[in-house]
Design a protein around this ligand. Structure first.
Ligand SMILES: Nc1ncnc2c1ncn2[C@@H]1O[C@H](COP(=O)(O)OP(=O)(O)OP(=O)(O)O)[C@@H](O)[C@H]1O
Length: 304
């Protein structure tokens, strides 16, 4: 059995240039069945191009993709019922309500209207079933387009920046939808430029920059690999600098007018000691994030 039989997607050394621009420059990764996989990176990193090649919408200049064991390009009719694609600029039918949109997509796939109702429920749009698509908010429209991508019950779902341009509340609502899809056992591949979001949602991520994958792993493993210290911040009056420096595991202590920050590689005993002293006023603990991983990999601050 080859890896393309046991993996949902195998991407092997794909390249794509637009003129002189190497949009995707030797990208390889695998996506396991049932996994929530994130392709991350700043604008222009090559995420959409890589995703479109995986979906079979774009031909790579070289390299190969196996999607459910099949080369997706040129478009394979056998794959269509098994994959769901939500595009960045989603195309709805004119003047139809949310329910009618979904029922139309369902009919195109030979699926009954009950499934359309189920998808409206999944994405939390049941109360908007009779609202025309043009009257939905940005977040509601994103959720409807995800429901359309899912209506035929595909095994693999591709979502291109589904949470872009949403307000924080709409983003969080959509996270619940994405988690619900994952709980149904779907394989999800999604792109985002929000590293904090990917850290919460994804089983594994590939971090892209300038057409290349710089790192891929679980978010926790990537952050752990940095071996970065934790920073524990307290209110200035919580304890003196000398007392802070004497705490178990304190590597460095800095203070300004408002706060005192202790850097440590062993936060557990230090926090225990602080709790025993009753010195937890204003406590904040900051550990490394995927943004720190990006900084470490590129030498640049992350700018979405
Ligand atoms: N059809 C095209 N023709 C020419 N250049 C393109 C085309 N599509 C993308 N590019 C360029 O290729 C690079 C990668 O674009 P891509 O859309 O894949 O990146 P991305 O990481 O998805 O970015 P974004 O988050 O902005 O969508 C960018 O510099 C972009 O301007």
């Amino acid at each position: 059995m080859t890896s393309s039989d046991v993996e949902a997607i195998v991407v092997d050394d794909i390249h794509k240039s637009y003129g002189d621009l190497r949009a995707v420059d030797g990208v390889s990764f695998t996506v396991h069945h049932g996994e929530f996989f994130g392709i991350l990176g700043p604008n222009g990193a090559g995420k959409t191009t890589a995703l479109e090649i995986m979906e079979g919408l774009r031909e790579p200049d070289r390299g190969s993709v196996r999607l459910l064991g099949i080369d997706p390009f040129p478009r394979k009719v056998a794959l269509l019922p098994r994959i769901g694609v939500q595009l960045q600029a989603s195309a709805f039918f004119d003047k139809l309500t949310a329910r009618e949109q979904l029922e139309t997509f369902a009919a195109l796939y030979g699926v009954g209207p009950a499934r359309a109702a189920e998808m409206l429920e999944l994405v939390g749009l049941t109360d908007k079933a009779n609202t025309r698509e043009g009257k939905l908010s940005g977040g509601q429209r994103q959720r409807l387009s995800i429901a359309c991508a899912l209506v035929h019950d595909p095994d693999v779902v591709f979502l291109d920046e589904p949470t872009a341009a949403l307000d924080p509340q709409a983003r969080r609502n959509l996270w619940d939808v994405l988690r619900a899809i994952r709980e149904r056992g779907k394989t999800i591949v999604y792109t985002t430029h929000y590293l904090d979001e990917a850290e919460i949602l994804c089983d594994r991520v590939a971090i892209m920059d300038r057409g290349k994958v710089l790192a891929q792993d679980t978010p926790a493993a990537l952050v752990r690999g940095l071996d970065a210290p934790a920073r524990i911040t307290l209110e200035r009056g919580a304890l003196t600098e000398a007392d802070a420096a004497a705490l178990p595991g304190a590597d460095e202590v800095t203070a300004d007018e408002q706060s005192l920050t202790i850097t440590t590689r062993t936060p557990a005993p230090l926090l225990t000691a602080l709790a025993e002293r009753g010195s937890l006023d204003g406590l904040q603990v900051r550990t490394a994030t995927l943004e720190d991983v990006f900084l470490h990999l590129t030498g640049r601050e992350y700018r979405a």
